[in-house]
Design a binder for this molecule. Sequence first.
Ligand code: AKG
Ligand code: FE2
Length: 364
Amino acid sequence: MAANFSSIPLLNFALISSESTKPEFISQLRHALINVGFLYLQNHTVDKQVVDDLIAYIPKLFELPQEAKNKIFMANSPHFLGYSKLGAEFTKGKTDYREQFDFATRHETQWRPGAPEYLRLWGPPQWPDDALLPGFRDTMEKYLYQVQNLSYQFISLLAEAFGLPADALNKFYDTDELMQHRGKVVKYPANDGKITDQGVGPHYDAGFLTFLLQASPHRGLQVQNLSGQWIDAPPIPGTFVVNIGKALEFVTRGLARATSHRVLSPPVGSTARYSIPFFQNISLNARLADEVLDFPEETLKLKELRGEAASTDSVNFTEFDREPSGKVNLIGRVKSHPDVAERHYPDLFKQYFPSGLPTQVSAY
Ligand SMILES: O=C(O)CCC(=O)C(=O)O
Ligand SMILES: [Fe+2]
């Protein structure tokens, strides 16, 4: 295996601000995209104050009275946004032991009767009552828009790293008001010694890029390398963990690696682990199979040098070869949140769960 990895590369975003150091960043980025699929990003552009403010809100968000959480249950929302109680989600047939709130940037649903159902995937988030958590929504939105901007800047660097024009990937995004990006706040309680230690099971992310903020000092995130071993990705203060999703892997014909990852619950007796992943979406209508990117020969050679990854423990998002991105994402959400699907997407629910609401399902 020519290019296996045993740790996650750390990239210094400050290198891009000078023409003399930018090529070094691009070259490290190329290595991370092709050989690892994960990287740490330090000296990024998101305000430290906004990050610190957001982190300070997290315990208070989870300490909200249960009735305030129930008011914004994800099952209320055709957009799969809102609160999911502990154990509501499944990956690879096992319950994920985490509690979470899915939020997103502002968006008005584009779906109208007769239009493809997957356009309903995006729409207004559900926020907790501002009187109960003053300023939280404002801070979370500030955070989401700052990470969104960073993620767009990153996309053009990524194009450069592949030897493409900086705007080569812009065609996968609509104008801002037609896009929506999702960020969720996640709590992984400690293993109680009786239940699973699966915080979240092995999976790929769906889109182009994920920007993960590890919001407490706990270990637990692991990444599967080319030979199938699980490598720790411990929190590094001041960084994001950036990883490639299945859509970018597909559209780059496997040059950029979507890397399987999972989270183990904190050990018995520990406090809870917190994280905030930001999922950068691409246009719901983009049909990736129709898009051909013209990579230079020298970039393609790097993929050959890498070789193929061993088969991984993740199987999700295999439909990019035929379906528009929105449909692929909707199928993923239906499998992970059958209770939401049963209420808002009855036909798809019947297709994926012909015998009704499962107690255990195979998701992702
Ligand atoms: O919480 C984490 O560290 C990772 C979460 C994750 O991979 C996901 O939700 O897709
Ligand atoms: Fe993930």
